[in-house]
Design a binder for this molecule. Structure first.
Ligand code: SAM
Length: 345
């Protein structure tokens, strides 16, 4: 499997689970809240441009998700294009953006923008997307953005800055943080004008907050690409990889399940924990949590079945045997036939 396939698989799974949650973790509860968060991001983008933008501009959003930010920008620009590695995000974007004929969205490889011509766009932006990508992928995008932007075109993007932070290549959700020096070098190397004294940056980069847009401008001069570098997908071959989630992703799924349960959305919490244990069969507390939710919703057969699977996967996990027996005993005097339940496990 290569990195493009891994990013597609992971982001498709997240989009199928609950696209709004994986896009805007704090603002996913309702379409109204989600819409407002998109408006806030769009306005911070426009503010950063200080009125330099024009209605005639062609605009691209990299990692657009379902189009949270594209939608409120529709009245400001002639043509907007969103790209995303996930076919599922793109499918949902078609519904979210159905009323905006000047916005088009496309699934892309996740490492290049080969379907788009040179010097076509006036503005390219990206929000809470680069922070999840492995560093080499971010650098591929820098090269591509330089190519598709017009000379002097604007490139605005969000990226956490501060002490260096990285995670392994196959982690498609963990946060990467860049030092100011590292970012400036990468931008410079790939043809962008950006330094701390740049007239185009309204704020010293060292003070930028994790969710601020960073503004840079395409250098009209030619530049030499670093020798021997290629964006071919062969560069991103990962070999066999496990289905298990990273610890950050595990936390996110658990967090979602807890919140949905607290909000009375128990079936959603159950569905989430089922995904979690399917991908992480060694997550013992996930199995127990799932069994507990089945009991709390009166689904005793499912609770017993869950505990039975846990016992067979982890025969030495005493708590699973103990809880299973407790449940059998407790429900043996009720209308549920525990023997039948146990036999069907
Ligand atoms: C946290 S969401 C943010 C979506 C959107 N930018 C927003 O602010 O509403 C991250 C998005 O980036 C996309 N993504 C992740 N890696 C990508 C890649 N390598 N190329 C393109 N899109 C990517 C995901 O599919 C997901 O839709």
């Amino acid at each position: 499997m290569n990195l493009s396939e891994k990013m597609k698989r992971d982001w498709d799974r997240r989009a199928q689970h609950h696209a709004r949650f994986w896009i805007a973790t704090e603002d996913y509860h309702s379409e109204k809240i989600f819409t407002r968060s998109g408006e806030a991001t769009a306005h911070s983008l426009l503010r950063k441009l200080h009125g330099r933008h024009a209605r005639s501009w062609r605009v691209m959003d990299i990692g657009c998700g379902i189009g949270r930010v594209l939608k409120p920008l529709a009245p400001y620009f002639t043509e907007l294009i969103g790209v995303d590695v996930s076919s599922e995000m793109i499918a949902q974007s078609k519904i979210w953006l159905a009323e905006h004929p000047n916005i088009a969205t496309h699934e892309t490889s996740g490492v290049d923008l080969q379907d788009f011509p040179d010097h076509y766009f006036d503005l390219v932006y990206s929000y809470v997307a680069f922070q999840h990508m492995p560093r080499p992928v971010f650098e591929c995008y820098l090269k591509e953005v330089h190519r598709i932007l017009k000379p002097h075109g604007y490139f605005l993007f969000q990226l956490p800055l501060g002490p260096f932070l990285d995670t392994c290549a196959e982690d498609t959700i963990g946060i990467r943080r860049y030092t100011v020096l590292e970012l400036c070098e990468k931008l410079h190397r790939n043809g962008f004008l950006m330094n701390l004294a740049s007239p185009y940056s309204t704020k010293d980069l060292t003070q930028a907050q994790d969710h601020d847009f960073i503004m840079t401008i395409n250098n009209e001069k030619n530049f030499a690409l670093p020798a021997g570098k290629s964006t071919s997908l062969e560069c991103f071959e990962l070999g066999p990889i496990s289905d298990a989630f990273s610890s950050f992703e595990l936390q996110m799924y658990s967090h979602f399940a807890d919140r949905r349960f607290a909000e009375g959305q128990t079936q959603e919490a159950i569905k989430t924990l089922q995904i979690l244990v399917e991908h992480n069969p060694h997550h013992l507390s996930g199995w127990l949590h799932l069994a507990t939710l089945f009991v709390e919703t009166g689904q005793i057969h499912q609770a017993l079945s869950t505990l039975s699977k846990l016992k067979s996967l982890h025969p030495r996990y005493e708590k699973a045997h103990h809880t299973f027996q407790q449940l059998l005993t407790k429900f043996s005097s009720t209308s549920v036939d525990p023997v039948e339940s146990a036999c069907s496990l």
